[in-house]
Design a protein around this ligand. Sequence first.
Ligand SMILES: [Zn+2]
Ligand SMILES: [Zn+2]
Length: 72
Amino acid sequence: MSGRGRCPDCAGGFLEGNGRCGQCNGTGTNTQLDSAQPQCPYCKGTGVCQTCGGSGLRQFGADYPTIQELFE
Ligand SMILES: [Zn+2]
Ligand SMILES: [Zn+2]
């Protein structure tokens, strides 16, 4: 797969990711039960996919707008 498309690290979504952290499925909870860290270390407890920042799309350079820019 090449070019722009679905963020590979989102928890769900098909053509676009759902913007949720794939490690904790958007719960923000650490799934590693043997860890002393209660929050998901991947998203730091936010539940937001850190790869795409919640946009659900892969980021390929500065020409692609972020979700924040889209909502401004
Ligand atoms: Zn993502
Ligand atoms: Zn997470």
